[in-house]
Design a protein around this ligand. Structure first.
Ligand code: ZN
Length: 289
C-alpha cells in the first residue's frame, strides 16, 4: 500500500468513526433511492446504512484518488502556470451550481504529454500539459475545466462507488465491533481502498457513462456563459479532438463523437473570437507548458 493512500484511508476511517453523520450531508441522490426504500421497510439500522456519502467522505476518497493519479503522472512544478490554471478554474467553479465543496476546488497540472484531465471527487481537478497544449486559447482551456467542474457538481466520480460497497462500509460502521473501535478498522481500510478503486477505474480507465458526459457538457456551457467565457469554446475544443478516438488518454475516456459534438454545437456553436477573447488568448500564449 502506498503511504499517501494509507494516510488518506486512516483519515477517512477516523472521520467515519468520529461520526459519518457529522459531515455536511447532501440530498439523497437518485442512485441511493432503492437503498432508502429498503431502509424504510427494514427499520432503523438499515436507515443508517442507506445514507448518502457526505461531503467530507467524498473529500477523503477524492484525496486518495488524487494520490493514485499522482503516482502515475508527476506534477508539473511551474508556479506561474499553476496559478493561472487555478485562477481560470476557480472563476468557473464559483459560477457552477456547486460553488462550495468540503475543502474547496483546487487545480493542478500534470507533467505529461498525454492529453488528459481528471476530476477527483471533492474538487481537485488535474489537467495535463498535453491537454493544455491542445487548447488554442484561454476560452478553450476554460471549456475543458468547466466540463471537469461539472463532473464534481454532478458527483459523477463519487457516485461510481457501487451502492453495495457503500452499504457495506456503513453496515461495518454500524456494527457493535465498530462501536468498540478495535475490530473493524482494518476491514474499513480495505473497503475504503475498494471504493477508491471504483472511482479510479471510472475516471482514469473506463470513463463515465454517455449520459453523464452529456449532462457535464450542458453544465459546462452554462458555467462558461455565466463566467463570461465563450460557450462555443467547448465545441471548438471538441472539434480539435475529432478523428483521434483511437488514441489513449482523454480520447478514450471522453470520446469526441459526432453525436456529442452535434449536441454541443446545437447548444452553443463555435463562433469567431470576440475582442475580449483575443485579450485572454494573448495571456494564454505567454505561458510555458
Ligand atoms: Zn467528462
Amino acid at each position: 500500500m502506498r503511504p499517501a493512500v494509507l494516510g488518506a484511508a486512516a483519515l477517512l476511517v477516523a472521520a467515519l468513526l468520529l461520526g459519518g453523520c457529522a459531515g455536511v450531508s447532501v440530498p439523497l441522490p437518485a442512485a441511493v433511492q432503492p437503498a432508502a426504500d429498503i431502509a424504510v421497510k427494514t427499520g432503523a439500522k438499515a436507515v443508517r446504512a442507506s445514507r448518502p456519502i457526505s461531503d467530507s467522505e467524498e473529500y477523503y476518497v477524492g484525496r486518495a484518488v488524487g494520490a493514485r493519479i499522482l503516482a502515475r503522472y508527476p506534477l508539473y512544478r511551474n508556479p506561474e502556470v499553476t496559478r493561472y490554471v487555478n485562477e481560470v478554474g476557480l472563476t468557473l467553479a464559483r459560477k457552477s451550481s456547486r460553488p462550495h465543496t468540503y475543502r474547496g476546488y483546487h487545480f493542478a497540472v500534470l507533467d505529461t504529454e498525454e492529453p488528459n484531465a481528471f476530476a477527483c471527487p471533492g474538487g481537485t481537478i488535474l489537467i495535463t500539459r498535453g491537454l493544455l497544449k491542445l487548447c488554442d486559447n484561454e476560452d478553450q482551456l476554460a471549456a475543458v475545466l468547466a466540463h471537469e467542474v461539472a463532473h464534481i457538481v454532478h458527483k459523477d466520480g463519487i457516485n461510481s462507488i457501487s451502492q453495495a460497497r457503500w452499504t457495506e462500509v456503513l453496515t461495518t460502521l454500524g456494527s457493535e465491533a465498530a462501536r468498540q473501535y478495535g475490530g473493524p478498522a482494518g476491514q474499513l481500510v480495505s473497503l475504503f481502498e475498494d471504493s477508491v478503486e471504483d472511482v479510479f477505474k471510472t475516471i482514469v480507465v473506463n470513463g463515465y457513462s454517455r449520459s453523464a458526459e452529456e449532462k457535464a457538457d450542458r453544465e459546462a456551457i452554462n458555467i462558461l456563459r455565466k463566467a463570461g467565457y465563450n460557450p462555443g469554446a467547448l465545441a471548438a475544443v471538441l472539434m480539435k479532438m475529432q478523428g483521434k478516438e483511437g488514441a489513449g488518454g482523454i480520447y478514450r475516456t471522453h470520446p469526441p463523437t459526432q453525436e456529442r459534438l452535434a449536441k454541443v454545437q446545437a447548444l452553443a456553436p463555435a463562433t469567431p473570437p470576440t475582442g475580449e477573447e483575443l485579450v485572454r488568448a494573448e495571456r494564454f500564449k505567454k505561458l510555458e507548458f
